[in-house]
Design a protein around this ligand. Structure first.
Ligand code: NDP
Ligand code: 8X3
Length: 250
């Protein structure tokens, strides 16, 4: 049986991926900052697969390395890493954006992803196999009004994905990114700092992607034969044409 480490497993895309992987008999290392949610997931999913939880903030490099370096023996080798933890913080023009929001997005979405990857990659190199899935965004392919720093963080994920593909090629490690458009998760609740009414308006009037849709695609990606690597994938809801064009009249 394979083992997957999923960051940001307490909500949205990461949580749905945990459920989807359990259907494919993939053992799980589930990460997030909210221990009670991790505990709940563990008690539900360990009926099907082995589940270990790691509660850390991806910004805290000591916690990241300590948690991953001291995994129990049965979870020590990691076959799949889903670099999913991340969020947008704020939606402001560059001239009025908050420094705290900028720090959060760059520290979590970029540096956090790097810390977790740096902790896991040596295991994959020594196994001469592994699969890293980086969750980017359409915001990593386009820049939209007021998206500035979030878009920068996701453009960085796109670049890191390509860099990993090049550098890890010699070890037979698969690397690929999935770039979703609008997915109805807690993403906008976080972006708008708990203004749930404003968050709901993002997904009003059209049929957005659901986290299960992305989880289904991630499961497809990891279950391809080993010689097949899905390297870069953009996924929209049907109503979406790009970052700014969403048909709300369907
Ligand atoms: P959610 O807000 O539902 O989930 C975000 C997850 O990230 C949570 O599990 C959260 O866990 C975790 N997380 C956030 N900050 C940290 C941190 N500092 N340390 C550890 N974990 C953290 O959003 P989504 O499921 O939508 O987002 C998942 C990924 O998908 C993100 O990278 C996002 O940028 C990307 N994405 C989302 C899209 C969307 O429209 N929803 C579209 C394109 C990409 P906890 O709070 O417990 O730590
Ligand atoms: C999330 C999608 O369009 O809000 O990455 O940036 S978007």
């Amino acid at each position: 049986m394979k083992t997957a480490l999923i960051t940001g497993a307490t909500s949205g895309i990461g949580k749905s991926t945990a459920y989807e992987f359990s259907k494919h008999n993939i053992n799980l290392i589930l990460c997030g900052r909210r221990q009670e949610r991790l505990d709940q997931l563990q008690s539900e999913l360990n009926k099907t697969v082995k589940v270990h939880t790691l509660c850390f903030d991806v910004r805290n490099k000591e916690s990241v390395f300590k948690s991953i370096d001291t995994l129990p023996q049965e979870f020590a080798s990691i076959d799949i890493l889903v670099n999913n933890a991340g969020n947008a913080h704020g939606l402001d023009p560059i001239q009025t954006g908050s420094l705290d929001d900028w720090d959060a997005m760059l520290d979590i979405n970029v540096k956090g992803l790097l810390y977790v990857s740096k902790a896991v990659i040596p295991k994959m190199i020594s196994q001469k196999s592994g699969h890293i899935i980086n969750i980017g965004s359409i915001a990593g392919k386009e820049v939209y009004p007021n998206g500035n720093v979030y878009c920068a963080s996701k453009h960085a994920v796109d670049a890191i994905n390509k860099g990993m593909q090049i550098d890890l090629n010699q070890y037979g490690i698969r690397v690929g990114a999935i770039h979703p458009g609008l997915v109805a998760t807690e993403f906008s609740n976080v972006r708008f700092k708990g203004d749930d009414k404003r968050a709901d308006t993002v997904y009003d009037g059209f049929d957005p992607l659901r986290p299960e849709d992305i989880a289904d695609i991630i499961a497809f990606v990891v279950t391809r034969p080993y010689h097949v690597n899905i390297a870069d994938l953009v996924v929209f809801p049907t109503a979406q044409a790009n970052s700014t064009i969403v048909n709300k009249s369907l």
